[in-house]
Design a protein around this ligand. Structure first.
Ligand code: IVH
Length: 673
């Protein structure tokens, strides 16, 4: 155990380190150490704080981990109503705004322009430097107390040395673009509805009663307005932003001081394009009168202050001709019809394809191949077809039909009930493989440590893995040839793979990535069916008889197991030795097709008797050496002996070799794959 002083120094060092990595991870979305290394730093800090509780500080990274879920949010009454902003869409509207300001102020004014973060407004209160409360905007008068959730945002300081005694600031919580994309993919895989945009995702994360949910999401925050600051005398918005920054609060770097409205307009224009380089989404720019003393002079309307305005970026629309409609398969198997366009310029960018979203949308908008359409590019979203222009048709346009098979792997395309998306459910579909593998190895699934994105990329790109089962056939020679893979890590990986074979049925069911089957459903199914084969055989009727399994999940399961690719992968998994059954709580062992059936073999078969015995056992049957009333079948080869006579006498069904093979084949087909 370290002496107190040594511990203190190390604790401070660790906190600095962790904060730095939080910044790389959460703000830049570009971590420079692995999750494991980060966890190790955190664990070391936790341990030292446990050994020396006097070192625990309210702003320590260890204090962020969300506590118990709340029954509901407390409401918070805002001291000053939180207003919104009026919008301007054209430079002319900004000039009007400037004219009004100058008239009311009686003098020319300068401005501060800031990117307008597409997020969720929050109000942060620091008392004596300690973060004591965070609230949502709500209706502007009262909001919700989301303190615990905000504490989980890594870049939000819990302690602000040097802050005014009572310090209240306004800011915006957001979800970085990449984190948003990742979250939606994950939700999609789990069958949860995806968030429409990063703003909804941020709001959904902060307005969660369980702080652990917020803690699991990557969120950022920027502050931009001081609501209360006892003692700090600030003259301008520019000073306010610098003050926030110096105190240690996150502030966007991209704000600019502009001397007049023309400078404001050209800065706003710059950002129409530049916003794509930001790691988070902005939907415009905010223009604020710089001298703060003018704010009360200008006052506000019921909804928004007269000293600020939002300039909203234009959604850019152009006309284009649809050359073709192709189908792209996303990483989660969703088939997205995409219009191939004759290239057009939209806001300085050449656009040659635009999404049509899904089959229903195409039908609704009646978009046909050869049509002229209106294409829109808004924000960072993929350009989309807004509507067709039927008045420009020549009569040679063709209607589009969704393919029945996947253009990537030839697997069957299905559209599950209640879904707009058509999907390929192929377990070996190259478009989905990387994503599926990452899911397959994840902790709640097969828990194969040491398989991350980089390794998955290599395995797939080099053709070493074509479906999840291939992981179990990797050889050391293959592995050591990969980048960043030494002898030792190869060995560790093989060991992890070996260990994962014993994970059991529920994790395996989850690992297969069946749509709508999360960990909970997987457990229920494992418990109910006891083996993967039994589950594979279950029809919708049997599945929906389970209280927790609704028709949607049931249809998805049935469909999944009917796919050829699924069967192939399962056979490979079984052959690799992956455990595919589990003892059920009820104790009843799983019923294989020949469970409880006794076979007797007599005479010579055209293949070794041992093989016949194996076949019988494979399907759960037993082999006995003599015929009795308990014998279910006698398999009769050439030159049969006494057993044949006895069986005839007892009236026991006789099978010649061909009949035996038929029976085996049928049983196996129905049962196995
Ligand atoms: S200033 C009194 N600055 O945009 C209004 N707002 O559409 C003070 N927003 O409700 C708002 N970035 O949630 C301001 N740099 C920024 C902003 C910003 C995003 C949000 C804010 C506001 C909404 C208005």
């Amino acid at each position: 155990m370290l002496a107190l002083e040594e511990a203190r120094a190390r604790v401070e060092e660790l906190r600095r380190e962790i904060r730095k990595h939080d910044y790389y991870y959460y703000v830049l979305d570009n971590p420079i150490i692995s999750d494991q290394e980060y966890d190790a730093l955190m664990r070391e800090l936790e341990k030292l704080e446990e050994q020396h509780p006097q070192l625990i500080m309210p702003d320590s990274p260890t204090q962020r981990v969300g506590g118990e879920p709340l029954p509901e949010f407390q409401t918070v009454r805002h001291l000053v109503p939180l207003l919104g902003l009026a919008n301007a869409f054209e430079p002319a509207e900004l000039r009007d705004f400037d004219r009004r300001v100058r008239q009311l102020a009686g003098l020319p004014v300068d401005y501060v322009v800031e990117p307008k973060i597409d997020g969720l407004t929050v109000v942060l209160t620091y008392e004596n430097g300690v973060f004591t409360q965070g609230a949502t905007r709500g209706d502007g008068i009262t909001g919700e107390d989301v303190t615990e959730n905000l504490k989980t945002i890594r870049v939000l300081p819990l302690f602000l040395p040097g802050a005014p005694r009572r310090f209240v600031v306004r800011g915006e919580v957001f979800m970085p673009k990449k984190a948003f994309a990742r979250l939606n993919e994950e939700r999609d895989r789990r069958g949860e509805p995806s968030f429409a945009n990063p703003r909804n995702a941020a709001a959904g994360s902060i307005r969660q009663l369980d702080p652990k949910v917020a803690a699991s999401r990557t969120l950022g925050i920027y502050t931009y307005q001081i609501l209360t600051s006892e003692g700090a005398a600030l003259a301008t918005q520019a000073e306010a932003l610098s003050f926030l920054y110096k105190l240690g609060l996150p502030v966007q770097e991209q704000w600019r001081h502009c001397r007049d409205i023309e400078e404001v307009i050209s800065y706003c224009r710059e950002w129409i394009e530049k916003r794509r380089d930001l790691t988070y989404e902005i939907d415009g720019m905010v223009i604020k009168v710089n001298p703060l003393r003018l704010h009360p002079v200008l006052g506000s309307t019921a909804k928004s202050p007269r000293w600020a305005i939002a300039y909203k970026f234009p959604a850019e629309q152009v006309m284009a001709r649809v050359k073709d409609i192709i189908v792209r398969v996303g990483r989660t198997g969703v088939l997205t019809p995409t219009a191939i366009l004759e290239p057009v310029q939209v806001g300085g960018v050449t656009v040659s394809r635009a999404t049509l979203h899904n089959e229903d949308m195409i039908r609704e908008k009646d978009v046909r191949i050869g049509d002229y359409v209106v294409v829109q590019r808004a924000g960072d979203v993929i350009p989309e077809v807004i509507r067709a222009l039927p008045e420009r048709r020549t009569g040679r346009e063709k209607r589009f039909r969704m393919p029945r098979t996947c253009p990537e792997c030839g697997g069957k395309v299905v559209r599950l009930e209640g879904e707009v998306a058509a999907r390929c459910r192929g377990m070996a579909c190259p478009a989905q493989l990387k994503e599926l593998l990452l899911h397959f190895v994840s902790r709640d699934a097969m828990d194969i440590e040491g398989v991350g994105q980089a390794l998955v990329n290599q395995l797939v790109d080099r053709g070493l893995v074509k479906d999840p089962a291939d992981l179990y056939y990797l050889k050391k020679e293959d592995l050591v040839r990969l980048e960043r893979m030494g002898e030792k890590s190869a060995q560790n990986l093989l060991r992890a793979l070996e260990r994962s074979k014993e994970r059991g049925l529920a994790p395996l069911i989850y690992a297969l990535g069946i749509r709508y089957v999360g960990t909970r459903a997987a457990e229920i199914l494992a418990e109910r069916f006891g083996s993967i084969e039994a589950l594979a055989r279950a029809g919708v009727g049997e599945l929906t008889a389970i209280p927790e399994i609704g028709p949607k999940i049931a249809a998805s399961i049935e469909d999944f197991f009917q796919a050829e690719q699924t069967r192939r992968v399962l056979v490979k998994l079984r052959r690799a030795g992956v455990k595919m059954e589990q003892e059920r709580a009820g104790g009843e062992p799983d019923r294989l097709p020949w469970s409880g059936k006794q076979f007797v073999l007599t005479g010579t078969l055209s293949f070794p008797r041992k093989e016949a015995e194996q076949m019988i056992k494979e399907l759960g049957g037993a082999v006995a050496s003599s015929v009795s009333k308990k014998t279910a079948y006698v398999v009769v080869g050439g030159d049969p002996g006494q057993k044949y006579e006895k069986a005839r006498a007892l009236g026991i069904p006789l099978l010649d070799e061909k009949a035996f093979l038929n029976l085996y084949g049928e049983a196996k087909k129905k049962f196995f794959f």
